[in-house]
Design a protein around this ligand. Structure first.
Ligand code: AMP
Length: 189
């Protein structure tokens, strides 16, 4: 199986590129942000808990996220592989993912780090907020999410380097150009 972690700050293009990867390689897609937004929309208990964190630009507690991830992963049957979009976001989540995959005889094949400069992230997210109405894409919450990214999520770059799975992708450029770089990294596997 091809298990890909797509990584990057909010607004780096993870969702957009994931959709293309899914289409080309026939993978299953887990976007933890999409899972949480669906729970909020459906008014579930989990959704209510998640909303308070999301609206505040904070991360949902690891234990909760890890359970959600395992149950979505196990719902895929005869999968060719999975793209993990928005997970892991902490070292504890990366360790849990490694353990969960190992228990199923699998591993992360590659971690793709979409790097985009901070001013560009801000521009993209504000635009996305205006177009999609996503509640956490407002300037105040975006700033908090970027602080959380730097303090809790960016340390995963070194974690995946140590694990031998890290691959840097320049996230600035055309959607097609970035996708071509991603495909050449995947095709080398
Ligand atoms: P995203 O759509 O990936 O940008 O996620 C939107 C929000 O959902 C984040 O700002 C977090 O509050 C929450 N979230 C998504 N994925 C995770 C995760 N792996 N761990 C903790 N919180 C998450």
């Amino acid at each position: 199986m091809l298990n890909i972690v797509i990584f990057g700050a909010p607004g780096s293009g993870k969702g957009t590129q994931s959709a293309r990867i899914v289409e080309k390689y026939g993978l299953n897609h887990i976007s933890t942000g999409d899972v949480l937004r669906a729970e909020i929309k459906n008014g579930t208990e989990l959704g209510k808990t998640a909303k308070s964190y999301i609206d505040n630009g904070q991360l949902i507690p690891d234990a909760l996220m890890i359970d959600i991830l395992a149950s979505v992963f196990d719902s895929f049957k005869d999968s060719k592989g999975v793209i993990f979009d928005g997970f892991p976001r902490t070292i504890a989540q990366a360790e849990a993912l490694k353990t969960m995959l190992a228990e199923r005889g699998q591993e992360v094949s590659i971690m793709l780090d979409l790097e985009v400069p901070e001013d560009e992230l801000m521009t993209r997210l504000i635009k996305r907020g205006q177009e999609s109405g996503r509640a956490d894409d407002n300037e105040e919450t975006i700033k908090k999410r970027l602080v959380v990214y730097h303090s809790q999520t960016a340390p995963l770059i070194d974690w995946y380097k140590n694990d031998g799975k890290y691959c840097h992708i320049n996230g600035l450029g055309t959607m097609e150009g970035i996708f071509a770089d991603i495909c050449s990294a995947i095709d080398k596997l």
